[in-house]
Ligand binder design. Structure first.
Ligand code: HEC
Ligand code: HEC
Length: 358
């Protein structure tokens, strides 16, 4: 599947990819100097900047060394939950690409949610957060789990009071934002900064497709890539780069819809059954799959796409047309597709100490 872009990138090579995804400096956590917090740039492979553009950052919340370090700490901070037992990382587990290996997450009181916790990968480029796209910024998104009655079950005044009572946190907020007065806006800004650093562009697929390493994929995986871009039409929605076009689409999992998805947010009939196209980066480790975690394995997922798409589903996406009535993938084709999906795993991302609990 050679692309014009790839030819231009052959020179980028593995040496540059080895530098990819490493942050420029380790984050100190003490108060910043008189010049304020230290700007931070996440190093990205040249092809990422070429195809996705520089990492978007809100003007009022640029990445800083101190802000990211604080966000990392807050992401792993159980004080955010009502009874001090749960952090963001409880449901967003690094080894699972910051998704939840359980089908449904449990709140601090044991209440069961209805959707599978999503991976956190490459979201700096995402403008639609949650399965139903109800949030449009990482800052906005980070407000919600803290007060969600089936998640952290807390209130923001309690969170702020707890952090404000902790001198080490007050110092860290001053270092990151120049103020000793903590509020919820600063908490979500720090968390969002940390999340923006969670980029994963170091998979075998990247080495092959963007790095020009022809040996990085084997024949079975290449056959899977041909299905992905050819008869399976997967690439129409799971576009190369982020492996998601960041849109909300109906891929025909239920007819009639059980969960209204975007339709529950907009109230529009034409949005019913539309869900965020999730990234496929690190997909091998981020199961179970779909908004409700209905499929345990990637084999189950490709079995669905090859022959079990609900044909008459209202709002079914046009890009699904080739898959409707296509007939089943053969056993061999399913194995090939799964083999290709497995090439999106980025071990360095899943084990990067910069993302673990500080
Ligand atoms: C109890 C489990 C749980 C906790 C705790 C939790 N989340 Fe989530 N998270 C989920 C679930 C479930 C979803 C999907 C919910 C939906 O789509 O309605 C989700 C979705 C997200 C998304 C959207 C990803 C995307 O691609 O759109 C982000 C980002 C996120 N969570 C970050 C956080 C942060 C930051 C925290 C801590 C402040 C946190 N989560 C705490 C379960 C949890
Ligand atoms: C019309 C756009 C579209 C096409 C074409 C498409 N997908 Fe999807 N894909 C989606 C959407 C939307 C979801 C989420 C649906 C849900 O949660 O119910 C999804 C979910 C998935 C998931 C689960 C991801 C997760 O984190 O749970 C996998 C794996 C997947 N698709 C692989 C594929 C493969 C392989 C193909 C080609 C055979 C394909 N997709 C074709 C839109 C599409």
């Amino acid at each position: 599947m050679p692309s014009p872009r790839r030819i231009g990138l052959l020179l980028a090579g593995t040496a540059l990819l080895a530098l990819a995804c490493k942050k420029d400096e380790e984050a100190p956590e003490g108060p910043s100097g008189p010049d304020g917090p230290t700007p931070l740039t996440v190093s990205l492979p040249p092809w990422v900047i070429d195809s996705l553009g520089p990492m978007p950052q809100p003007a009022d919340n640029p990445l800083t060394v101190e802000g990211v370090a604080l966000g990392r700490r807050l992401f792993h901070e159980a004080m955010l939950s009502d009874n001090g037992t749960m952090s963001c990382a409880t449901c967003h587990v690094q080894a699972n690409a910051f998704s939840d290996p359980r089908r449904f997450s449990l709140g601090t009181n044991g209440a069961v949610g209805t959707r599978n916790a999503m991976a956190i990968v490459g979201l700096a480029w995402s403008q639609n957060l949650f399965w139903d796209g109800r949030r449009h910024t990482l800052e906005g998104q980070a407000h919600d789990p803290v007060t969600n009655p089936i998640e952290m079950r807390n209130t923001w005044p309690v969170v702020v009071q707890r952090l404000q009572a902790d001198d080490a946190y007050v110092d860290r907020f001053e270092a990151a934002f120049g103020t000793r007065t903590i509020d919820s806006t600063l908490v979500v800004k720090a968390i969002a900064q940390f999340e923006r650093t969670m980029v994963s562009f170091g998979s075998r697929f990247d080495r092959y497709y963007y790095g020009g390493d022809a040996t990085a994929l084997d024949a079975q995986e290449l056959a899977g890539m041909a299905l992905f871009t050819g008869m399976g039409n997967c690439v129409a929605c799971h576009t190369f780069g982020l492996m998601s076009d960041d849109q909300l689409r109906n891929n025909g999992v239920d007819n009639p819809a059980v969960d209204p998805g975007l339709g529950g947010v907009t109230g529009q009939p034409q949005d019913i059954g539309k869900f965020k196209v999730p990234t496929l980066r690190n997909i091998a480790v981020s199961g179970p799959y779909m908004h409700d975690g209905r499929f345990n394995t990637l084999f189950d997922v490709v079995t669905f796409y090859g022959g079990h798409v609900q044909a008459g589903t209202p709002n079914l996406d046009h890009a699904m047309t080739p898959l409707v009535g296509m007939g089943n993938f053969t056993g061999e084709q399913k194995e090939q597709l799964v083999a290709f999906l497995n090439t999106f795993t980025d071990e360095a991302f899943l084990t990067d100490p910069a993302f673990s609990a500080p």
